[in-house]
Design a protein around this ligand. Structure first.
Ligand SMILES: Cc1ncc(COP(=O)(O)O)c(C=O)c1O
Length: 408
């Protein structure tokens, strides 16, 4: 069963607010969301293939569902601790030891109702009006929206696309130069949605050193940290290079790795000294994460490696097929993603992503995400999620090729 209403769908938007309704100015000031605009553009059309979503197609595995059902039947239907069940915090501590080889005590793990909420809680714990967040872009639009809601300013630092090697690169000097005395946070998404770029260990060390010297927090979104190809177990983490008491919050989620997007469960790893502050924010924001779902999450951590491997096998072969097909088209350029399930590509002769994505809706019945949703400098790009069946991806590419492929 696939989701009934996609993220940011126009169906979820409802009628526009009446002008007499006085909402907070911060809502009036929110920047437009081109992804939502495209969803509206495509809404109601028949026979569309949608690869604009950021999730796989596999339903959550039975053993995870059963663990949550059992928790409900056992009466775990009450409020719980603001930062999550001790059993899940302990399970994550064991998971970091097992998968990452890191000693992260349970007291440094804060359970949240989703990775998205983890980001909101982290930002509200760290920034205020007038503060600046330096964010490496292209970046998932919702994170830019989350910063806007805090009234902090975002300084976007774009990755460079190297046309020779088809690789995304971070210019550390540019990143550091973007930091001012008002900068409170450097936001890094690695592996990155949408580019698949991942920071190297050396880059993480350099960022952390710089931030440490300046008293700036590093907020690291590692939601795609296990979605890595070529047999690797995980991507590099800021936790690999951090000291226990560094100003570092790492955001993570159960959504992608274990096919649990609808469960809404994530976590933060932070310094022990942040626990009471994050608890305050969580308490007033959401009181506690849902209780019984956390038992499903424990099952995912303890028995979920095969689920992840099965998904990765499909996504890696899809990625390879996609790379070959784009290469054959001759005019499509993308970095071969070594992580995540997104392809972020540009097409010769189509510099405007909005008109290109509209053309694909109109002429190919294919909905993708326009690159301009991911930052100021990615207007020429389009994002496509390849976490679908091989048949669906093939059909999408068959539809796309006559519309954008090189005419010989
Ligand atoms: C970079 C990034 N962080 C966080 C999330 C959201 O995770 P969750 O489903 O736990 O809210 C997404 C979802 O697409 C994402 O791309």
């Amino acid at each position: 069963m696939k989701p009934q209403q996609p993220e940011n769908s126009p169906e979820n938007a409802g009628p526009s607010a009446h002008p007499s309704m006085k909402f907070s100015p911060v809502l009036q000031a929110l920047t437009a969301n081109p992804g939502v605009e495209m969803m509206s553009y495509a809404a109601g059309r028949q026979n569309m293939i949608t690869l604009a979503q950021g999730e796989g197609e596999m339903p959550t595995a039975d053993f995870i569902v059963e663990a949550a059902v059992k928790a409900m039947q056992d009466g775990r239907t009450f409020y719980g601790p603001a930062l999550g069940q001790d059993a899940l915090r302990e399970a994550l501590s064991a998971y970091y030891a097992r998968i990452y080889g890191l000693n992260i005590p349970a007291g440094r793990v804060f359970i949240t109702p989703s990775g998205t909420t983890a980001m909101h809680l982290s930002l509200s714990a760290l920034v205020d009006e007038g503060d600046e967040v330096v964010a490496i872009t292209p970046i998932w639009k919702n994170l830019l929206g989350a910063i806007e809601l805090t009234r902090a300013k975002t300084q976007q630092v774009p990755l460079d696309y190297d046309d020779e090697t088809d690789e995304w690169r971070l210019d550390l000097d540019r990143l550091f130069a973007a930091c001012t005395p008002r900068t409170k946070v450097i936001l890094v998404v690695s592996p990155s949605n949408p580019t698949g770029w991942s920071a190297t260990k050396a880059e993480m060390e350099a960022i952390l050193d710089f931030a440490r010297n300046r008293g700036i927090w590093v907020l690291s979104d590692e939601v795609y940290g296990r979605l890595v190809f070529s047999g690797r177990v995980r991507a590099e983490s800021f936790l690999d290079v951090a000291k226990e008491d560094d100003l570092l919050l790492v955001v993570n989620s159960f959504s992608k790795s274990w096919a649990m997007t609808g469960w809404r469960l994530g976590w933060i790893v932070g310094p022990a000294a942040a626990e009471s502050k994050i608890r305050d924010v969580a308490l007033y924001n959401n009181l506690c994460p849902p209780t019984f779902t956390q038992y499903g999450a424990i099952a995912a951590l303890e028995q979920g490696e095969d689920v992840l491997k099965r998904q990765l096998a499909l996504w890696q072969s899809n990625r390879d097929m996609l790379v070959d097909r784009f290469k054959a088209m001759g005019n499509v350029h993308m970095s071969r993603p070594r992580a995540t399930f997104y392809s972020f590509f540009k097409v010769d002769g189509h510099p405007d992503c909005m008109s290109l994505t509209k053309k694909l809706v109109d002429e190919a019945g294919l909905l993708l995400s326009p690159g301009c949703a991911f930052g100021k400098t990615s207007t020429g790009y389009v994002r496509m999620c390849f976490a679908v069946s091989e048949a669906k991806l093939t059909e999408a590419l068959n539809r796309m090729e006559p519309v954008i492929g090189k005419k010989t």
